[in-house]
Write a protein that binds this ligand. Structure first.
Ligand code: CUA
Length: 227
């Protein structure tokens, strides 16, 4: 989860988020190189001696400074497309979780099982409880098995919401009258937090998402004992 003074991306808990972080770092390195080059050239302008003030064009240099940025952009565009298609890939999911956005809470349905559905509201912060997370804790957590492909269906009932979990690399809009699909693969046990990220009204900030990732054995146990 995000903690104080963390300006970077959260640690990844899924293979797709790992790929997103790799792409972010790759693009940032290119960005830094461009910034340094342009910064150097701009500083040099201050020390211009006006030697070439009658120079109007130069075919060769214009050819070079057109082609080099083109190649640079290709080095960003191709990994970006690879990532885009990778994020969309979903093969043979174990279970499907349907998450429905409401003003202002999420409700969840485990459509593979009979009558496994619940609402998930934010709960008040409790100072004396060390396992209570301010503005991120909910009354009913999403329980999911780790190391399995999980399909997520996302929709909403009133306005547009967005089901977003940074550490899992998931961010998908919840639209009324539409059903969006995404996928997720959690590669370790733990609790993962998310928040709505479409401005959806007065309590937009107060509809957090909380996923509890457990082993498949415990997950089956949870489903069996669900009342
Ligand atoms: Cu729901 Cu913002």
């Amino acid at each position: 989860m995000a903690t104080w003074s963390n300006f970077n991306l959260q640690n990844s808990a899924s293979p797709l988020m790992e790929q997103i972080i790799f792409f972010h770092d790759h693009t940032l390195i290119i960005l830094i190189m461009i910034t340094i080059l342009v910064g150097y050239l701009m500083i040099n302008l201050f020390f211009n001696k006006y030697i070439n003030r009658f120079l109007l064009d130069g075919q060769m240099i214009e050819l070079i400074w057109t082609i080099i940025p083109t190649i640079t952009l290709i080095f960003i565009a191709l990994p970006s497309l690879r990532l885009l298609y990778l994020l969309d890939e979903l093969n043979n999911p174990l279970i499907t979780l349907k998450s429905i956005g409401h003003q202002w809470y999420w409700s969840y349905e485990y459509s593979d099982f009979n009558d496994v559905s619940f609402d998930s509201y934010m709960i008040n912060y409790n100072k004396s409880d060390i396992n209570n997370f301010r503005l991120l804790d909910v009354d009913n957590r999403i329980i999911l098995p780790m190391n399995n492909q999980i399909r997520i269906m996302v929709t909403a009932t009133d306005v547009i919401h967005s089901w977003t979990i940074p550490s899992l690399g998931v961010k998908i809009d919840a639209n009324p009258g539409r059903l969006n699909q995404t996928n997720l693969f959690i590669n370790r046990p733990g609790i993962f937090f998310g928040q709505c990220s479409e401005i959806c009204g007065a309590n937009h900030s107060f509809m957090p998402i909380m996923i509890e990732s457990i082993s498949i054995k415990n997950f089956i146990n949870w489903i069996n004992n669900y009342s």
